[in-house]
Design a protein around this ligand. Sequence first.
Ligand SMILES: Cc1ncc(COP(=O)(O)O)c(C=O)c1O
Ligand SMILES: C[C@@H](O)[C@H](N)C(=O)O
Length: 371
Amino acid sequence: MVAEKCHFQENMVTRIVDLRSDTVTKPTEAMRAAMASAEVDDDVLGYDPTAFRLETEMAKTMGKDAALFVPSGTMGNLISVLVHCDVRGSEVILGDTCHINIFENGGIATIGGVHPRQVKNNDDGTMDIDLIEAAIRDPMGELFYPTTKLICLENTHANSGGRCLSVEYTDRVGELAKKHGLKLHIDGARIFNASVALGVPVDRLVQAADSVSVCLSKGIGAPVGSVIVGSKNFIAKARRLRKTLGGGMRQIGILCAAALVALQENVGKLESDHKKARLLADGLNEVKGLRVDACSVETNMVFIDIEEGTKTRAEKICKYMEERGILVMQESSSRMRVVLHHQISASDVQYALSCFQQAVAVKGVQNEMGN
Ligand SMILES: Cc1ncc(COP(=O)(O)O)c(C=O)c1O
Ligand SMILES: C[C@@H](O)[C@H](N)C(=O)O
């Protein structure tokens, strides 16, 4: 592979290659045009017609009875957990490295009073089903224990590198939930990535779930928003809770119009994002001092580890890359993350690769990093 030369002159960065996340995409011209011409109305006093179109389309696509537009994936998860965990002393079983547990400010507890019961996430994003079952509280111990109400999965699993949970695994967790009278929520921020990577229709992938939170603002490329899907009764309760949390918005058709375009434009591009991720991962594994677990690159995310003994630190590499217009997310002193999306081209991937090669190889930078 001949990597495009990593060229750099002081203050001569000619383009930004933003690999921090798939949340960074800018609305396309078609999205902006749709926003400008969107049919809107007050979605609190009534129903914004474009929001209605989006929610109707998403409920159908996800195979659920109803849907609700929410400002963010964080609010989508919070509302879903709180609707399911509707009595004081409720407990939710979730992965120790899942987004709800790590990156949502503990909102289910601090706002919702719901107790998180962590189960270890495996490297592939799953939790062992026997460990999930062991975490379910015995109702006979109600004098001492919280009440288990909900199990949460995350598909794809971001902190495992965008790994996909299979439909078979999801169905088994759903059966376990039913066996114990529990509900199942899926944090489906990147559920479309999982569907494309697995070759499983998205409605089949989430069939076992009582609710799903789907991010439109990630790989789908909408500027804002998520949609939660579930039963009509669940969504009615979710709509009220959205208002309670301050998420009741007025002419949201402006945002929903962009999301409708994004769904048309970008679901078909997700496979290309995954291919670019694999291309980048394979190229990075040829860079002395960097290591990518290629097996974990199933979708659009790549975690990059600095090999033992390499006199380099992640913050120095990230700075070196940023000086060349490439934005990378630092995960730790020895780990970085890049996320591919539809606004990253194949030549951007080549450019990033050549800059990673330079970042690790350049003597001066290495000495500075190694000290
Ligand atoms: C797996 C996962 N769930 C939920 C969220 C939250 O979405 P938002 O950033 O829109 O709140 C994110 C990140 O954004 C995520 O990666
Ligand atoms: C950082 C995290 O909250 C975000 N969901 C991302 O993956 O970029």
